[in-house]
Design a protein around this ligand. Structure first.
Ligand SMILES: Cc1cc2nc3c(=O)[nH]c(=O)nc-3n(C[C@H](O)[C@H](O)[C@H](O)COP(=O)(O)OP(=O)(O)OC[C@H]3O[C@@H](n4cnc5c(N)ncnc54)[C@H](O)[C@@H]3O)c2cc1C
Length: 470
C-alpha cells in the first residue's frame, strides 16, 4: 500500500506526526501508557526527548517505528529510548510467547545484555555456564570460555519465552512504547521518493515515523515488501529443537555433538543439549545448506536417530518430551542486504546476521540493535535531510566493519565443512587436541580480545580484518 505525503526537502526525514492525529481506537501499549506517561515508571518521557525528537508524539506516530520485539527490536528500542527518542515497538504476538531457539547465550551475548543494563543475576533465573563441552570423532573435551578483558568468562541459558519478554519490558522501562498484537503487513511509502514513512498493521492501523527498523526476524516481511530479498549466495542453516525433562537439566557446560550422520556422510552442523536448570534440557540440531542433501533431510527423524544413541538415563524419550519438535531457519553471513535503504534499517535475523561459524544469532541481534540506534540517534540530530541521509548510509559500512571480514571467513568455513571428508577430518583430529580446540572455540565463538590479547587473538583479528567484508 502506498500513501501520498506532501513533498519533502529531498531526501527528508522531517517529522511527519502533524500529518496524523491521534487515533483514540489505537491499542494501548502493554502497560496501558503512551507518551509522557511512560516517565512515571522510570521511562524517558518524549517531553524530555533529545535531539530530533518532536514533542507532539501520538499513539500512532513516533521518531522511530521498530517492527518486531525479538532481541534486535528490543535492543534498538532500548538504546533509542535511552537516547531520548520516541520509539514505537510493534510486535505481532503478545508476551510471553515462544520462539524456536536453543536458548544458549555465549559470553558475547552476556556482554551485550550487561551493556543494556539488563539484570542478569542468577537469583533472577539466569543459569550460568562455564564453557562448551564438545563431543565427536570419538573424543570429548570441556573448554572453559576464554578469560578475556573484552568478554565475561561465562555464558547463560534462558528460555526465549522469558528472555524476549524481559528485553521488551526493559525497552519499555527506558521509554519505548511497546504495542503487542500489532501485526505489520505493509510499509507506508512516500509516492514521490519511495521512502518508507511508516507501516500498516493487519487491523488497518497506520503507524508513522521518521525512520523504520525491520527487526521482524528471518522472514522479514517488511524487508521483502521494500524489495529486499534473501541472497542465495550466503549460508543458511536450518535447526530443530524441543525440550525433555531430564536429570541433565543442570549442566555447567553447553554441550555440542559433532556426530550427525546421514548414512555414511558426516553432516555439517551439530546437535546440542543445553540444560535449562528448570528440570528440562533444550535439545536440538542444526545443519548448514552446504551439505549436498540439505533440502531432503528429515530433521525430526535425524533428531530421533541421534537421540536414540544417548544413554537411557538421560531421559530423552517421547514420554519425557514436553514440547513439540519445532524448526526454523538461521539466516547467516548478511544474507539480506543492503542493511539500509530508503528510511529502513535492518537488524538481527531480518538482515541475516547469524554467525555462520556457530549459528549464534542473539548476540548479533543485540549488537546490531545498538549500532542501528547509534546511527539513528546521530542521523536524527542532523538539521538537514542530506545530512541525516549521510549518517544513515554509514549503517551498512559500520556493520561490515564489525562483522564483514569474519562473516566472509565463515562462508569459506561452511563451504569447507559441507564436504563430509573435511568435516570428518576436522572432527576426528580436532576434538582430541585441546590447543586446536581452544583456537577453534575462539574462532567459532568470535571471542577474541578486541585489542591486543594473546597470539591467537591477534592472529584471528588480523585475518578477519584482512579478509574482504562479506
Ligand atoms: C532452532 C534454533 C536454535 C537457535 N539457537 C540459538 C542459540 O542457542 N543461541 C543464539 O544466540 N541463537 C540461536 N538461534 C538464532 C536466534 O534464535 C536468532 O538469531 C534470534 O532470535 C534473532 O533475533 P531477532 O530479534 O533478529 O529476530 P526474532 O527473534 O525472530 O524476533 C523477531 C520478532 O519479530 C516479530 N515479528 C515478525 N513478523 C512481524 C510482523 N509482521 N509484525 C510485527 N512483528 C513481527 C516476531 O513475532 C518476533 O518477536 C537459533 C535459531 C533456531 C531456529
Amino acid at each position: 500500500m502506498t500513501e501520498q505525503v506532501p513533498p519533502a526537502d529531498p531526501p527528508d526525514l522531517a517529522p511527519q506526526r502533524e500529518l496524523v492525529s491521534a487515533d483514540p481506537g489505537t491499542p494501548a501499549t502493554s502497560t496501558g501508557r503512551v507518551g509522557a506517561a511512560a516517565a512515571t515508571t522510570g521511562g524517558i518521557s518524549p517531553a524530555d526527548a533529545g535531539p530530533g525528537s518532536a514533542s507532539t508524539a501520538t499513539a500512532t506516530t513516533a521518531d522511530v517505528i521498530v517492527v518486531g520485539a525479538g532481541p534486535a527490536g528490543s535492543a534498538v528500542s532500548y538504546y533509542l529510548a535511552a537516547a531520548g527518542l520516541d520509539v514505537l515497538l510493534l510486535e505481532k504476538t503478545s508476551f510471553p510467547r515462544e520462539k524456536v531457539c536453543g536458548d544458549g547465550l555465549t559470553p558475547r551475548a552476556v556482554k551485550a545484555l550487561t551493556a543494556m543494563g539488563v539484570p542478569i543475576a542468577e537469583s533472577d533465573g539466569w543459569l550460568r555456564n562455564k564453557g562448551l563441552r564438545i563431543i565427536g570423532g570419538g573424543g570429548r573435551i570441556e573448554l572453559d570460555w576464554p578469560e578475556l578483558s573484552s568478554y565475561p568468562g561465562y555464558g547463560m541459558v534462558r528460555t526465549r519465552a522469558d528472555f524476549d519478554q524481559i528485553l521488551a519490558r526493559h525497552a519499555e522501562k527506558a521509554g519505548a512504547r511497546l504495542v503487542e498484537g500489532a501485526n505489520v503487513t505493509s510499509p507506508l511509502l512516500d509516492d514521490r521518493t519511495g521512502r518508507i514513512t511508516g507501516v500498516t498493521t493487519k487491523d488497518g492501523r497506520q503507524y508513522r515515523g521518521r525512520l523504520v527498523v525491520a527487526a521482524d526476524g528471518n522472514s522479514s516481511r517488511l524487508s521483502v515488501a521494500m524489495g529486499l530479498h534473501k541472497r542465495d549466495d550466503r549460508p543458511l542453516g536450518v535447526a530443530v529443537r524441543t525440550y525433555y525433562t531430564s536429570p541433565r537439566h543442570n549442566d555447567d557446560y553447553l554441550e555440542a555433538w559433532l556426530d550427525l550422520w546421514d548414512g555414511n556422510s558426516l553432516l555439517p552442523g551439530y546437535g546440542w543439549i543445553f540444560g535449562m536448570g528448570d528440570g528440562t534440557s533444550n535439545v536440538g540440531l542444526g545443519l548448514l545448506n552446504t551439505s549436498t542433501g540439505f533440502g531432503e533431510i528429515d530433521y525430526r527423524d535425524l533428531l530421533r536417530k541421534w537421540l536414540a544413541g544417548m544413554p537411557a538415563e538421560w531421559g530423552f524419550t517421547e514420554e519425557n518430551r514436553t514440547q513439540p519438535v519445532r524448526g526454523a531457519a538461521l539466516p547467516m553471513g548478511f544474507n539480506r542486504t543492503p542493511h539500509y535503504t530508503k528510511g529502513l534499517l535492518l537488524a538481527g535475523d531480518a538482515g541475516g546476521m547469524v554467525n555462520p561459524f556457530n549459528g549464534e544469532g542473539i548476540a548479533y541481534a543485540l549488537e546490531a540493535g545498538e549500532i542501528a540506534a547509534r546511527v539513528i540517534t546521530q542521523a536524527l540530530a542532523r538539521p538537514t535531510g542530506s545530512g541525516r541521509e549521510r549518517v544513515l548510509q554509514t549503517y551498512p559500512s559500520q556493520l561490515k566493519d564489525a562483522y564483514g571480514g569474519y562473516y566472509t571467513l565463515g562462508r569459506i568455513f561452511v563451504d569447507l565443512i559441507g564436504k563430509p571428508s573435511i568435516m570428518q577430518f576436522c572432527t576426528r583430529h580436532g576434538v582430541k587436541r585441546p590447543a586446536v580446540m581452544r583456537f577453534t572455540m575462539k574462532l567459532l565463538g568470535n571471542l577474541t580480545e578486541t585489542r591486543g590479547g594473546d597470539a591467537v587473538d591477534r592472529l584471528l583479528n588480523a585475518v578477519s580484518k584482512m579478509t574482504p567484508a562479506a
